[in-house]
Design a protein around this ligand. Structure first.
Ligand code: PLP
Length: 379
């Protein structure tokens, strides 16, 4: 008897989507390309750079595609090891939207700054500038930094206004740390705003705060060349503010249930490119089917559950690791063991991070198999 090989479970190019072993993470390529073009067109229309956040997919080929579509807009990474994967795969313009403090990591930043055409990292206090200056001067490699200001998320970032000015002045005094702009990540709006008007007002209010700090720094003779903002939900609102020079969305190629839930006025199911295809493995009762996609396939780090892509008469009700409970009590079509059910993923970034590959499908045929190269690259 033949020895089982992992090839049995590996998706193959040009096979039919209907024949893929499940559970499998797929991306509809037409939908993804529409989303890529939509954000690129927005950026062009509003004269901002589109620098895509690749934390979402962790794949260099998609990153290159995004960079091409945005006319060389570069990419954003969230961890050094993610940036290293991108750099080793030919990406040349990387912004690290994360503050780094350990000495060994700072040496790796120097490696990135040496290797890349363009590299910048993030700082938000004297405490993370001092060690960076020490390591950068030891290697005699100047490092560009972006000063993060807190415009309402209450995560990282120095307070806007005078506290930001104080840190900016400190940067100006360093020999190997150079200020190239500010980061004003306004993701709190996604939780607060419920309507298009509220998104518009709250994003503009956050950007007014950023502008106040830019004006203050510039009045003190500190030029602020870049103002980076935005995730998928907010960047198309914030990007209209005149102070903004760059938007950094991550999830936009794929969308997910979070985006659907937060912006039903902007996003429809048809805009969601990333789905998990599952198989019904049990139908114990009339009102319950069980699929082979649970929390090890569909990340449930946020309150939202997966949403069926092509039907409105069933609900993904609960999950354990390898099982998904499907409530079929209102089902209008029979569901049987062996049926395939497709779900829009609750949170696309953490879902992709659970998979080895992203399977790109066009018109029902597998056209791309992208490895999730920076999967697990958290350091
Ligand atoms: C600083 C920063 N910029 C941009 C993004 C991308 O946002 P989104 O995933 O909503 O597109 C993130 C996501 O966590 C982020 O932390």
């Amino acid at each position: 008897m033949a020895t089982p090989t992992t090839d049995w479970t590996t998706p193959s190019l040009f096979s039919s989507k209907n024949e893929l072993e499940t559970p499998v993470l797929t991306v509809d390529l037409d939908t993804m390309e529409d989303n890529l073009r939509e954000y690129a067109n927005f950026a062009e229309t509003h004269d901002v750079r589109l620098r895509s956040h690749v934390k979402t997919h962790k794949n260099a080929e998609i990153a290159r595609l995004q960079s091409q579509i945005s006319n060389g807009g570069g990419i954003v990474c969230q961890t050094i090891s993610e940036a290293e994967v991108m750099a080793k795969n030919g990406l040349e313009d990387i912004y690290l939207s994360y503050t780094v403090v350990s000495e060994r990591k700072l040496h790796r930043l120097v490696w990135l700054a040496r290797k890349l055409e363009r590299f910048a990292t993030t700082v938000d206090s004297i405490d993370n500038i001092e060690p960076l200056q020490t390591v950068a001067s030891e290697h005699d490699v100047p490092i560009d930094v972006v000063l993060e200001i807190d415009v309402g998320l209450n995560r990282t970032g120095v307070s806007p206004g005078e506290p930001a000015l104080e840190v900016a002045r400190f940067i100006q005094e360093q020999s190997h740390v150079e200020l190239c702009g500010i980061l004003a990540y306004e993701a709190h709006v996604k939780g607060d705003a419920a309507t298009r008007d509220e998104y518009e007002q709250e994003c503009m209010a956050a950007m007014d705060v950023a502008e106040g700090t830019v004006d203050l720094l510039e009045a003190e003779g500190i030029p602020v060349e870049e103002v980076k903002v935005g995730g998928t939900a907010t960047s198309k609102y914030s990007g209209k503010h005149p102070v903004v020079t760059e938007i950094n969305p991550g999830m936009y190629p794929f969308m997910d249930v979070g985006e659907l839930k937060h912006r039903p006025f902007d996003i429809r199911k048809d805009d969601c490119a990333a789905t998990v295809v599952s198989t019904v493995i049990s139908k114990p009762t009339e009102d319950r089917a069980v699929v082979n996609a649970g929390s090890k396939t569909l990340s449930l780090d946020k309150p939202q559950m997966p949403v069926p892509k092509n039907r409105d008469d069933i609900n993904y009700a609960n999950a354990s690791e390898e099982h998904g409970w499907i409530d079929t009590s209102d089902s209008e079509e029979p569901i049987e063991v062996g049926d395939r059910l497709e779900f829009i993923v609750p949170h696309v970034c953490t879902t992709i991070n659970l998979h080895d590959t992203i399977v790109g499908v066009r018109d029902g045929t597998v056209e791309e198999i992208w490895p999730v190269q920076a999967r697990g690259k958290v350091r």
